[in-house]
Design a binder for this molecule. Structure first.
Ligand code: SAH
Length: 181
C-alpha cells in the first residue's frame, strides 16, 4: 500500500482527495474504490504471492496495481474502453509486468485463463454470477459485493471447497453496479 501511490490513479482535478479514505470519481460515472475497501477486499483474497487472480472492473487500475504486487499474475477486465486504455497505459508506464488486460464483459470471466485462485469483483451484480464461480480453482476465493443498485450491498467471500461453495458475509458496502454487456 505504501509503495502504490494512489494519487497517480486519481484524475488531476481530484488529486487533493487522493489520501482521504473515500471513493473518488474517475470519470465515465465510475469511482476508484475507498482505500479501506481495497485493503479489506485484498486481505479477504488471502494471497501469498503465487496466485493467479482475476479482477472484474479495472477502473483506475489502483486495485490492479496492489494485486499485482501480492499475486503471481493478475487478469483484469473492464467494460469501458476509455478506462481500460487509461489504466493499461498507466500501469505499463509504471513498469507493472504481471498484469493482463481485457476490454469486455466481466460476466463472462476469462475462460481461456481459468481456473483462478482468486477472483475479485469491484462492481456489484444483483446475484453472484455462476460463470465466475465455475472459473474458481479448488480452494479458490471469490470476493464480491452483491445487491441492487442504490441499496447497500453485501460483501461476500465465496470459497470453492471439495464439496461445493462456502460463503462468508463481510458486511455492508456500496459499489457501482456491474453492468451486463
Ligand atoms: N477497482 C477499481 C474500481 C472501479 S469501479 C478502482 O479502484 O479504480 C468498478 C468498475 O467496474 C468500473 O470501472 C466499471 O466500468 C466496471 N464494470 C462494471 N460492470 C462491468 C462488467 N460487466 N465487466 C467489466 N467491468 C465492469
Amino acid at each position: 500500500f505504501l509503495n502504490t501511490e494512489r494519487s497517480l490513479f486519481v484524475p488531476d482535478e481530484f488529486k487533493e482527495l487522493s489520501y482521504q479514505d473515500h471513493p473518488v470519481s474517475i470519470g465515465c460515472g465510475q469511482t476508484i474504490s475507498q482505500p479501506y475497501i481495497v485493503a479489506l477486499m485484498t486481505e479477504m483474497l488471502k494471497l501469498d504471492g503465487y496466485e493467479k487472480v482475476l479482477e472484474i472492473g479495472t477502473g483506475s487500475g489502483y486495485q490492479t496495481a496492489i494485486l499485482s504486487r501480492l499475486a503471481r499474475a493478475v487478469y483484469t477486465i473492464e467494460r469501458i474502453d476509455h478506462l481500460a486504455d487509461t489504466a493499461r497505459k498507466l500501469l505499463k508506464s509504471l513498469g507493472y509486468k504481471n498484469i493482463y488486460f481485457k476490454t469486455g464483459d466481466g460476466f463472462e470471466g476469462w475462460p481461456e485463463e481459468a481456473p483462478f485462485d482468486g477472483i475479485i469483483v469491484t462492481a456489484a451484480p444483483e446475484e453472484v454470477p455462476e460463470t465466475l464461480l465455475y472459473q474458481l480453482a479448488p480452494g479458490g476465493r471469490m470476493v464480491i459485493p452483491v445487491g441492487k443498485q442504490f441499496h447497500t450491498q453485501t460483501l461476500y467471500r465465496i470459497t470453492k471447497t471439495e464439496t461445493g461453495f462456502k460463503s462468508e458475509n463481510f458486511g455492508w458496502v456500496a459499489f457501482v453496479p456491474m453492468v451486463k454487456g
